[in-house]
Design a protein around this ligand. Structure first.
Ligand code: SAM
Length: 220
């Protein structure tokens, strides 16, 4: 699955920004970016699944130094070409099993990534690479928060815009591990984090736009 994902994301990298905004709501990622921009200093920071680098400049502003990582070389190339901040280093990493020593970072950010991984494995790794008291910020797509027709419309739009925009078949089961806010917070506690806040972010131009939770947790 990891190899298929690596290939898929590299293939679709150039179209990603356009497609994802059509899938989840045109303002959704910008609203998350605005929230991120209100963070105080984050210290030494790592970003997982940086994709095209949409959040990378904002994070770099808050970080002393930022390690921006992704599974896909195609995405990393794109992010590298777009991000000009001098305190950023790019590196390929699988966020479920990274090359970083224990306690390497003060803060970690993962935007729209956890549902593409085994969440427990990824959170265990976040706990390992953060220093005690370190901050984990997760932007989590919460499909379970939508009910009935809104949920069906949302799923149909994600599938349709993905197929039309990427023109390539996604790996089987891609994105199947979506978590509700309750499930995510429970898992965070199980893996040794204290959840400090959880805020819902939603582009309200359509009732079927998928909400994102901006969840902040602290490594105990
Ligand atoms: C939906 S995109 C999110 C990109 C960016 N964070 C954003 O919000 O626009 C998901 C990204 O996660 C990356 N990804 C998927 N599985 C990963 C893994 N196991 N480790 C690191 N990155 C992964 C993909 O390559 C892709 O760039």
């Amino acid at each position: 699955m990891i190899n298929e994902q690596r290939e898929f994301w590299s293939k679709v990298a150039d179209n990603y920004d356009c497609v994802v905004d059509l899938q989840i709501g045109g303002q959704t990622r910008r609203m998350v970016q605005e929230r991120l921009d209100r963070e105080a200093a984050l210290g030494s920071t790592v970003e997982f699944g940086c994709g095209s680098g949409f959040y990378t400049e904002t994070l770099a502003d808050k970080a002393d130094r930022l390690m921006a990582t992704d599974l896909s070389p195609g995405m990393l190339d794109l992010a590298r070409s777009r991000v000009g901040a001098a305190n950023v280093t790019f590196q390929p990493e699988d966020c479920q099993r990274t090359s970083f020593p224990d306690g390497s970072f003060d803060a970690a950010f993962r935007g729209l990534v956890i549902h593409f991984t085994e969440p427990g494995k990824a959170l265990k790794e976040m706990h390992r690479i953060l220093r005690p008291g370190g901050t984990l910020i997760i932007a989590n797509l919460d499909l379970p928060a939508l009910q009935g027709l809104d949920r069906l419309r949302c799923l149909a739009r994600i599938l349709y815009q993905g197929l039309v925009g990427y023109r390539t078949k996604p790996p089987k089961g891609l994105g199947r591990n979506m978590l509700s806010e309750k499930q995510l917070c429970k898992l965070l506690r199980e893996f040794g984090f204290d959840v400090s806040s959880s805020e819902a972010v939603k582009d309200s131009s359509r009732s079927s736009n998928i909400p994102i939770e901006y969840v902040k947790a602290r490594k105990l």
